[in-house]
Ligand binder design. Structure first.
Ligand code: FE2
Length: 420
């Protein structure tokens, strides 16, 4: 399936905006745009170096405040619907749903033997609950598994309780199989830290850190055994495809107090999440990196702003500092991954001229099925409120291809997005 994209050309790919979109094989949808700006027609799957989906998302958002454009968009959608035999075009949700990718899901050869790097991740794995996704994760043969927190529901100052719960999750036979076949890394969130919504005030954080590192089989001489906080970075390399740097943040050990409001939590304008030592480390990790892709893992969401629960937006100065840092170092292919919410969703944000994409995945064991209409102005597509995990699947032909998925039981694709 091939797509065509009509976009407004500016000085750079990243500042252009896509204004029309259609399937080539069912006839190109054309739109007489009122502003008379210059046009370029691009082949959707024929070029590298541009995140067309994000541009399209922004184009829709930006142009909705212009009545003429709203009318033109409506005409365009109607026209395309008739041309494309019922396929919908124009919403961010549909842009990410590539038929080619979905059909590959039934093809086991899609993965390793097709020379694809697969980085899988998830969170919120209750030791007492059914864990239905490990067989699906295993069947993908991932190159890496990333825990994004709430790796157990520990919630205790008693380290023997924490250890027992870690051991319970660790003894799952399918997780054992994953440990034997796949590198496993991770960071923590509040429940495996030991304290619901806890921050730097948790009295057992140093002891809890050692339990967490034990769970991850971190050797005694690793820097995290003596450094405060579980943050760390990793490099995953497949020479023929890409060097992927994974940076996992610790959003608990140094985090200042949350500000409690009627809607859970509000902004703490001065408060910190990472703490200065971790910020300094992060700057060094980003400044010196020549990786092709940078995966930045945070237990809590970075982009989403509206919900009242835990998120970087509760600490706006910290959120700004993180995004500014990614812009300042012009970090190559940054992908934010997060968990915590017990829903899956993808979000995108344009910040100082650069696009950022975040995929939130999980829970592995207990999704928030009651959340189906939460507001997130940055969301691409819909909320996934069944148990799920995430994958970033990287391949290369002429170009680097990065596809991001949220998958449910039986590897059912619940959301996907292509970042190129
Ligand atoms: Fe959780």
């Amino acid at each position: 399936m091939r797509y065509a994209v009509l976009w407004r050309k500016t000085s750079s790919f990243w500042s252009g905006s896509i204004l029309a979109f259609g399937r080539i094989d069912s006839g190109l949808c054309r739109l007489a745009w009122p502003s008379g700006v210059g046009w370029t027609l691009n082949d959707y799957d024929g070029k590298c170096g541009m995140n067309r989906g994000l541009q399209l998302k922004e184009a829709w958002l930006n142009h909705f405040n212009d009545p003429l454009r709203v009318l033109a968009i409506a005409l365009f959608v109607v026209g395309c619907l008739s041309l494309m035999n019922g396929s919908t075009v124009g919403s961010a949700e549909d842009i990410g749903s590539s038929g080619d990718v979905a059909s590959n899901e039934s093809d086991e050869s899609h993965h390793r033997d097709k020379d694809c790097m697969i980085i899988a991740f998830g969170c919120c794995c209750h030791q007492e609950f059914e864990q239905p996704l490990w067989d699906d994760i295993l069947s993908q043969g991932p190159d890496l598994w990333i825990w994004l927190g709430d790796n157990i529901y520990g919630d205790s100052e008693d380290m023997s309780v924490m250890r027992a719960k870690y051991n319970q999750n660790k003894s799952n036979p399918l997780y054992q199989q994953l440990l034997k076949s796949t590198p496993v890394i991770g960071t923590w969130d509040d429940h495996d830290y030991g304290m619901g919504d806890g921050g730097k005030q948790f009295s057992m954080k140093a002891e809890s850190q050692q339990e967490h590192l034990d769970f991850l089989d971190v050797p005694p001489d690793d820097i995290r055994r003596t450094r405060e906080g579980v943050y760390n970075s990793y490099l995953l390399s497949r020479k023929a495809i890409a060097n992927v740097k994974v940076i996992l943040l610790d959003t608990r050990y140094f985090r200042d107090d949350l500000v409690v409001t009627d809607d859970h939590y509000g902004p703490n304008l001065e408060g910190e999440i990472l703490g200065e030592a971790q910020w300094k480390w992060l700057e060094q990790e980003l400044a010196g990196s020549d990786a092709d892709i940078h995966i930045i893992g945070s237990s809590i969401q970075v982009i989403s702003e509206e919900h009242g629960l835990e998120k970087w937006a509760n600490f706006p100065a910290e959120r700004k500092r993180l995004l500014d840092l990614l812009v300042r170092f012009d970090v190559k292919h940054p992908i934010l991954i997060s968990g915590d919410r017990h829903i899956g969703e993808m979000s995108a944000l344009r910040w100082n001229g650069k696009y950022f994409f975040e995929v939130s995945a999980g829970s592995l064991t207990h999704a928030r099925k009651d959340i189906d209409d939460e507001i997130n102005k940055h969301r691409l597509g819909s909320i996934v409120n069944v148990e799920n995990y995430g994958t970033i699947e990287v391949s290369r032909d002429d170009c680097l291809k990065i596809k991001v998925f949220i998958k449910a039981d039986n590897r059912k694709v619940m959301a996907d997005f292509e970042l190129n």
